[in-house]
Design a protein around this ligand. Structure first.
Ligand SMILES: *Cc1c(COP(=O)(O)O)cnc(C)c1O
Length: 221
């Protein structure tokens, strides 16, 4: 199947989910996840109108950002403190912020590099942090405090990777987002839903679905 066909298939899935949920398809960002995909496919996606791509590994994403300077890359994968600087240099946004030590390191380098990088807090409400990263709900206040409202690292939203078989997870995240918006007095976007469960995520209120295999096909290893 061609890239164009897969994207059309995805757009039809998004359309149907939006009809079921009474939502506007244009309000949902389809973020292609290009990890382990070749530059040629990313270039092809760019010719079809996509300019932002999710990546999991700092080095791989940085290499792609250097090779494709007209496109933006978003870091989705776990970030170690010692990679904070290259992450800020090469990624337009970071979605895996999950602990105060990392926030402090990012603030220091954002100032040094004189850059503004929207941040997404990765939450884990299901005790899977050891595998995938993410902070618990109890850890959120300290993390937000450590960001200190720094205008270089504006808080854009929440990102999560719920367990695939947990049917309540998306609505738990939507509820958490509501509560945080109230507490903080600002709007937050919600990034949830992948190739296999984008419909349920859209129905529950996701603003951004992160799609790898259903967009690009199987990843090479
Ligand atoms: C790989 C990955 C995706 C995309 O997964 P698919 O199942 O291929 O759509 C989305 N989000 C994160 C954080 C990922 O690591």
């Amino acid at each position: 199947m061609s890239l164009r066909d897969r994207i059309e298939g995805l757009q039809a899935r998004i359309q149907r989910a939006c009809e079921a949920a009474g939502r506007e398809p244009s309000s949902i960002e389809l973020l292609p996840v290009s990890k382990k995909q070749p530059l040629s496919l990313i270039r092809e996606a760019a010719t079809l109108g996509f300019t932002r791509f999710g990546e999991n590994y700092v080095q791989e994403g940085a290499d792609k950002a250097v090779a494709l300077p007209d496109l933006s890359f978003i870091l989705l994968g776990p970030l170690q403190r010692n990679k904070a600087k290259p992450a800020l240099q090469h990624f337009a946004e970071i979605q895996s912020l999950d602990r105060p030590e990392l926030a402090e390191r990012l603030r220091r380098f954002a100032e040094e590099l004189d850059v503004i990088r929207p941040m997404w807090i990765q939450v884990d409400l299901w005790d899977e942090a050891t595998k995938l990263g993410g902070c618990t709900e109890a850890e959120l206040p300290a993390l937000i405090e450590s960001l200190g409202g720094d205008p270089r690292l504006p808080m854009k939203g929440l990102m999560a990777i719920p367990p695939p078989d947990d049917r309540a997870a998306f609505s738990e995240l939507a509820t958490l987002r509501e509560r945080m918006q109230q507490d903080l007095g600002q709007s937050l976007r919600l990034s949830m839903g992948m190739s296999s469960d984008l419909e349920a995520a859209i129905v529950a209120g996701s603003d951004q679905i992160r799609i790898g295999t259903a967009f690009f096909g199987e990843r090479s290893h």
